[in-house]
Write a new protein. Structure first.
Length: 83
């Protein structure tokens, strides 16, 4: 199932622009995988319930998947140590 609509938060855009090219390539590959199968990410719990995460060493890519609308919103990209 391929996603119909993709959105990016301002925070995600800002961080993505600052990435080094090799890390950016890893993140782009993950984004393509998420678009093809949005449920591959680990479901988050507690105050982050409703979001999912995938790991792109050394970053984590946080996104929200809305199955009813078949939409993915990329929320954040943060360093693993900065949790």
């Amino acid at each position: 199932m391929v996603v119909n609509e993709i959105k990016e938060s301002d925070n995600f855009k800002q961080i993505f622009r600052k990435l080094d090219e090799s890390v950016r390539a890893k993140v782009k590959k993950l984004i393509l995988k998420i678009i093809e199968n949005p449920e591959i990410g680990k479901p988050m719990r507690h105050n982050r319930k409703g979001t999912r995460e995938v790991y792109a060493k050394p970053f984590r890519l946080s996104y929200a998947y809305f199955p009813a609308e078949n939409k993915v919103t990329f929320l954040d990209l943060y360093h693993k140590d900065g949790q």
